[in-house]
Design a protein around this ligand. Structure first.
Ligand code: GDP
Ligand code: MG
Length: 299
């Protein structure tokens, strides 16, 4: 039997639905999804394994012009993920097409398009929010660019046309032995996803700049015999003034955060855990080279 196997990187502006698509393709909630932009911070790798093929998806942070050091690091994750790809999925969002088509003039994209070797699939997401005329216009415009091997309209949340996207990926996938063992879903340890689940709940519960200022550190993750796993995590904020916001009145906000995070972690790990949360201030961590390194944003 011929085996096909390869890396598929999903790129696009913040909030177009990259993480949603990856989760739908994998049928797992691996990558965090929120209605706010810039929630995916590192590249998330997810493996779809079938008998005769293996697709390794790389979900990336949204492409933005870097304004602070953290965002520069994010761009680095994006460009290495692009280099690793056999197939690139460039995702845009139908209901913001007019503003999003400008990405095809940006430097990062013109670089990608000059690389003739890579297969480029253009995915138009959120077609459930648009109409037929809008979609036809968008497709016409994109076809005229002549950059893409195929243009595929989908709705990630409605699971519309996902199978045909998979067919296209399969068609362009190189013949290659499987890269990962068949039962492996991702390359990060459980600890990483536990931190991501907490970060996702921070995005749900707190407003404005708070979620963007937060990083999660897992201080302890102990598996215990005949007892629930013990997890202790720190919510790192940038300023003293953010600490009482995280805590809330009489600790009510952090209590809620703990409950929601624990449930989401248990769902992901498929076992019960005991979760303890603390708040710590690390001034300006988003701009500090050493601290970013400690949090795993390496260059
Ligand atoms: P990312 O920043 O590109 O990773 O985007 P996310 O996957 O986090 O999704 C951003 C928001 O768009 C979330 O609120 C999703 O539920 C929503 N979304 C994603 N795909 C669709 C879709 O096909 N239709 C609609 N209506 N919303 C979607
Ligand atoms: Mg994302």
């Amino acid at each position: 039997m011929k085996i096909k196997s390869g890396f598929v990187t999903i790129i696009g502006k913040p909030n177009v639905g990259k993480s949603t698509l990856m989760n739908v393709l994998l049928k797992e909630n691996l990558s965090i999804i929120t209605n706010k932009p810039q929630t995916t911070r590192k590249r998330i790798l997810g493996i779809l394994d079938e008998e005769n093929f293996q697709i390794i998806f790389l979900d990336t942070p949204g492409i933005l012009k870097p304004e602070y050091l953290l965002q520069e690091k994010l761009l680095h994750f994006i460009s290495t993920s692009i280099n690793d790809a056999d197939i690139l999925i460039i995702m845009i969002n139908l209901n913001e097409f007019e503003s999003q088509k400008k990405i095809f003039e940006e430097e990062i994209f013109t670089k990608i398009f000059s690389d003739k070797k890579k297969t480029k699939l253009l995915v138009i997401n959120k077609i459930d929010l648009g109409n037929e005329a809008k979609l036809k216009n968008a497709i016409k415009y994109l076809e005229d660019l002549k950059y893409f091997h195929s243009i595929i309209p989908i709705s990630a949340t409605e699971n519309y046309n996902i199978d045909s996207l998979l067919d296209f990926i399969f068609e362009f996938l190189p013949e290659h032995p499987k890269y990962y063992p068949e039962d492996q879903l991702t390359d990060e340890p459980e600890k990483f996803f536990v931190a991501e689940k907490i970060r996702e709940k921070v995005f749900e519960l707190y407003k404005d700049e708070i979620p963007y200022s937060v990083e999660i550190e897992i201080d302890q993750f102990l598996e215990r015999e005949n007892r629930k796993d013990f997890i202790s995590a720190s919510i790192i904020v940038e300023r003293d003034s953010q600490k009482p916001i995280i805590l809330g009145k009489k600790g009510s906000a952090i209590k809620k955060l703990g409950e929601l995070s624990r449930k989401s972690i248990e769902e992901f790990l498929m076992r019960e855990v005991f979760l303890e949360l603390f708040v710590k201030v690390k001034p300006n961590w988003r701009k500090d080279e050493n601290m970013l390194k400690n949090f795993g944003y390496t260059n």
